[in-house]
Design a protein around this ligand. Structure first.
Ligand SMILES: O=C1C[C@@](O)(C(=O)O)C[C@@H](O)[C@@H]1O
Length: 152
């Protein structure tokens, strides 16, 4: 039997507070509720998901260096504001060498600081922004389609 795709779902700094943050930008669901919805979407797509969140760049790097992470097929990633300065985080993703789909709930072209820099510009295979929690579901679908197309 063919092995199911295994996708890491990784949330960066401050995303643990979803549900309490600006609802106009991020919607009203908590991170736990979003992860549950991602799990349902993953089941429909026939893929496995593993979740991780940290407020710390080093902890995220440690997670990407785990043997279990290195065995995954791709990363669905909301990096938060790390995209604006976190070059060690970027390097960990380069070293991981798996397709990365970048998602943001808000429209990052309109909000946040240091908008001219995104350290993932040359790392990600795609980006979905501005759809609140739907960014994750759409991003997962696009990531799985990308991986399957690469293997066809
Ligand atoms: O924490 C976040 C959340 C975010 O990544 C988003 O999902 O819209 C956008 C970032 O600018 C911000 O720092």
């Amino acid at each position: 039997m063919e092995q199911r795709l295994n996708i890491l779902v990784v949330h960066g700094p401050n995303l643990n507070l979803l549900g309490q943050r600006d609802r106009d930008k991020y919607g009203s669901l908590t991170l736990g509720e979003i992860n549950e919805q991602i799990r349902l979407h993953a089941a429909q797509l026939g893929v496995e998901v593993a979740f991780f969140q940290s407020n710390h760049e080093g902890a995220l790097i440690d997670y990407f260096q785990l043997e279990t992470s290195r065995a995954a097929d791709g990363v669905l990633l909301n990096p938060g504001a790390l995209i604006r300065y976190a070059y060690s985080f970027r390097q960990a993703l380069v070293d991981l060498g798996k397709p990365v789909m970048e998602v943001h709930m808000s429209d990052i072209a309109k909000t946040g600081v240091n908008k001219q820099i995104n350290v993932l510009d040359d790392v990600r295979v795609g980006q979905v922004c501005g759809l609140k929690e739907q960014s994750y579901y759409e991003g997962l679908q696009q990531l799985v389609a990308y991986i399957l197309q690469q293997r066809a």
